[in-house]
Design a protein around this ligand. Structure first.
Ligand code: ATP
Ligand code: MG
Length: 409
């Protein structure tokens, strides 16, 4: 038997209501803030991610699904910011009134070790906002993430923020960090040694417990918690905090928060949900003012985030399986079909038995699946009436056929 690939999952009908809820909530919350949906291709030139996500990241180094077609290297998108930035540039969005505010949803692909909440094909919903450099835009992005989670009934949230500064203050920080980490290089993991050369800030993102222990050393903590950011970046961060206070969004500053992608500057943030008692990182994002230029566009500030929909799905309450409104019972398929159609046109969810089984069999099926059975036997057909049985109370009435829909409440 051919099975679904490791790290991929079918989304079954029993779960689809939750997925519709997540999708509808996105449409509702983001369109209220005048964000428009964008749908970009699932595969892009590999080069886009190498440049856009950054070739020192885990994503580009070991997680991409890359293949060749007609001598072109293509990659299934591991995230959607690079694709949306490409679309922004390619469609000349910089000529539109700014800011341009976009949201998306869809599947992403990363070759990771599958485990709870971690798949190889997973889904993200996210927003990207272009052309606004002000901290109020960062606050708006965080606010929309929180509002979206609230809309899904998730209220117990931990919002963590940090500022990575601009390239100048970041360089100072990088150098200070390299200096203090140097004596520990042979104790740090292989990945950290690689990051030390390529992008030392990302060392702080290491999940290896031995590395984490080293970061707790006093002299390293002193550097982590030092004020390396320049006055402009500091002001940006202070204003963001003020706006979050005004929006009554509780947050904490996490100086170790650097995010896995290379393109962030100034604000980065993550949101965890504590619903159901389990800590769960559902959202990550930040400001990426240089990415549009890096990918060949005119310099355009931008901020955005992405959420993992499988993780959201595991946090939101599961709907009860619901019954359909009406099951039409008849041994005459044509009559059953006609009445079923009439009910559907009036907005009800209705079904009938395709094989015109015996009355008793049909009633059994109706009792399991529907709120009402609408019975059309010989007498009813002759008199143009219908017998309506309330399957919860077993109450039964008879009425003219054209009044049947009015009785289904
Ligand atoms: P993590 O540290 O958990 O690997 P990340 O930093 O790689 O997360 P982002 O690239 O920022 O995550 O993606 C944003 C969100 O997408 C994450 O917070 C998570 O909810 C979700 N996500 C990321 N990778 C996966 C995956 N392989 N399977 C399911 N969800 C994922
Ligand atoms: Mg990851």
């Amino acid at each position: 038997m051919i099975q679904a690939q490791k790290g991929t999952k079918d989304i079954l009908p029993a779960e689809i209501e939750n997925w519709h809820r997540m999708e509808n909530a996105a449409e509702k919350v983001f369109s209220k803030a005048n964000f428009k949906e964008i749908r970009t291709p699932i595969f892009e030139a590999t080069e886009l991610f190498a440049r856009g996500v950054g070739d020192s990241t885990d994503i580009v180094n070991k997680e991409m699904y890359t293949f060749e077609k007609s001598e072109r290297s293509l990659t299934l998108r591991p995230e959607n910011t690079a694709g949306v930035v490409r679309a922004y540039i390619e469609n000349g969005f910089s000529r539109l009134p700014q800011p341009v505010k976009l949201w998306y949803k869809g599947p992403m692909f990363r070759y990771e070790r599958p485990q709870a909440g971690r798949q190889r094909q997973f889904h993200q919903v996210g927003i990207e906002m272009f052309g606004a450099s002000e901290p109020s835009a960062d606050a708006e992005a965080i606010n929309l993430a929180v509002k979206y989670l609230n809309e899904l009934g998730l209220n117990d949230l931990d919002v963590e923020i940090n500022s990575l500064g601009c390239s100048e203050c970041r360089n100072n920080y990088k150098n200070a960090l390299k200096e203090v980490l140097k004596p520990y290089l042979n104790e740090l993991c292989e990945d950290c040694n690689y990051r030390y050369e390529k992008n030392p800030l990302r060392i702080l993102d290491c999940k290896n417990p031995d590395c984490k222990k080293i970061f707790e050393k006093k002299e390293i903590q002193n550097v982590i918690y030092s004020d390396f950011i320049c006055p402009d970046c500091a002001e940006h961060f202070e204003k963001l905090k003020k706006y979050l206070d005004i929006l009554k969004i509780k947050y904490s500053v996490n100086k170790l928060l650097v995010r896995g992608l290379d393109y962030y500057n100034r604000t980065v943030f993550e949101i965890k949900s504590n619903n159901l008692g389990s800590q769960n990182a559902v959202c990550g994002g930040g400001r990426y003012d240089s990415l549009v230029e890096t990918l060949g566009g005119t310099p355009t500030p931008a901020v955005g985030w992405a959420m993992g929909m499988e993780r959201l799905n595991s946090l939101i309450s599961k709907p009860e399986p619901s019954k359909i409104d009406a099951y039409v019972i008849s041994e005459d398929a044509a009559e059953a079909m006609k009445l079923t159609n009439e009910l559907r046109e009036k907005g009800f969810c209705a079904e009938f038995d395709y094989s015109s089984k015996k009355f008793k069999k049909q009633l059994e099926k109706a009792s399991k699946t529907a709120k009402f059975a609408l019975i059309l036997l010989e007498d009813e057909i002759k008199n143009n009436t219908v017998t309506i049985k309330n399957l919860e109370t077993s109450e039964q009435i008879s009425c003219p056929r054209n009044e049947a829909a009015n009785k289904l409440n």
